[in-house]
Design a protein around this ligand. Structure first.
Ligand code: HEM
Length: 315
């Protein structure tokens, strides 16, 4: 399918089916930053249609988000420090976040080079990520070998919980280191209790198919919850937030044998949702024993450039 990110009201790369490769780039803008932002977005608006058209066979999408303190009408919050965070300041934040996704890493890197040249600022940090080959329509597996993205909101739920009325949304990025060896050393049944789902097919514990609804009340004959109290999917369950949803579009990353993990990328209309969910995870998710949050950033994903420059009316 042809990808035309700047023809529409919304940018591509959010509800787009996941390509196999991502590169996330965070830039610090030159001073004065508002002027640098306007200049940069103007250049991006001119360059992007051509770049994306040229790389359409690789399904390139480029998604531009603006960090804290720069937009008048879309306040971007600073996230609080959560229990267990081990953030590296050099790999956090940024005035401008750009997500490049495509079928191959060369396309992603090429597009990133083109935009970096046009940015009135410098690269603050960068993080590539990838997914294993996954047949269309199936859920990709993360670094733990579990399907990741199963319980994502359906398109009609994204209308309510992901996109705002302008066609924008918030992006939350977390670079989450995973102690893969420690987790893999658990017997399979314990791994499944930590997540709350079966590894083979992604079905919730107590269910039989991937998209079965998790039953949070089901008990074993011994009277224990089938989905344990500290399971990841119990701590993250949307009913604890009045049904509010985020769209997760994460990738695995590999920064060398001693640092692998999840490049968590999630989109939501209200970034306060991330804060509430992450606070619960930090408190009671058993998965927390195997992971460490090392990078963090938030940005407002600008509405698509339908007939006007990116960020028009906002910067
Ligand atoms: C669900 C893995 C971090 C929020 C899941 C699932 C897996 C998973 C395997 C079940 C399948 C699915 O529905 O996608 C991980 C790993 C993480 C991680 C390995 C870190 C290394 C996070 C973080 C958040 C989060 C930081 C948000 C603060 C969620 C949500 C669900 C979920 C909202 C769906 C819950 C539901 O509706 O059933 N995660 N996750 N996860 N995770 Fe994570």
């Amino acid at each position: 399918a042809r990808v035309r990110p700047f023809a529409g009201d919304r940018q591509a790369g959010v509800s787009t089916p996941q390509q196999r490769h991502v590169l996330l780039l965070a830039y610090d803008l030159d001073e004065p930053r508002p002027a640098a932002l306007r200049t940069t977005l103007g250049r991006f608006t001119s360059a992007l249609p051509g770049l994306v058209e040229e790389a359409r066979r690789a399904a390139l999408t480029v998604t531009v988000a603006v960090g804290p303190g720069l937009l008048r009408t879309a306040p971007v919050p600073h996230l609080p420090i959560f229990a267990g965070d081990r953030l590296d300041p050099a790999g956090c934040g940024g005035d401008l976040l750009v997500q490049f996704c495509a079928a191959d890493p060369a396309t992603v890197a090429g597009a990133a080079g083109e935009l970096t040249r046009r940015t009135a600022g410098g690269v603050r940090w960068r993080q590539p990520g990838f997914l294993p080959p996954t047949p269309p329509g199936q859920t990709p597996r993360n670094v733990l070998g579990f399907k990741d993205g199963t319980a994502n909101p359906a398109p009609e739920e994204c209308e309510r919980w992901v996109w705002d009325s302008r066609g924008g949304t918030y992006l939350v990025v977390r670079r989450v280191h995973v102690d893969v060896a420690d987790f893999a050393a658990l017997p399979l049944s314990r791994q499944e209790e930590v997540i709350g789902r079966h590894r083979a097919d992604g079905a919730p514990l107590g269910g039989s198919r991937e998209h079965d609804q998790p039953d949070m009340f089901a008990k074993t004959p011994q009277g224990r919850y089938v989905i344990p109290p500290h399971a990841h999917i119990r701590a993250a369950a949307p009913h604890l937030d009045g049904g509010a949803r985020m769209l997760r579009r994460g990738y695995s990353y590999d920064n060398g044998a001693d640092d692998r993990g999840l490049l968590f990328l999630a989109y939501m209309r209200d970034p306060a949702l991330f804060v509430r969910v992450q606070q619960r995870l930090a408190e009671r998710d058993e998965l927390s024993r195997f992971i460490e949050h090392r990078g963090s950033a938030v940005g407002y994903v600008l509405p698509g450039a339908a007939g006007r420059p990116l960020g028009a009316g906002l910067v």
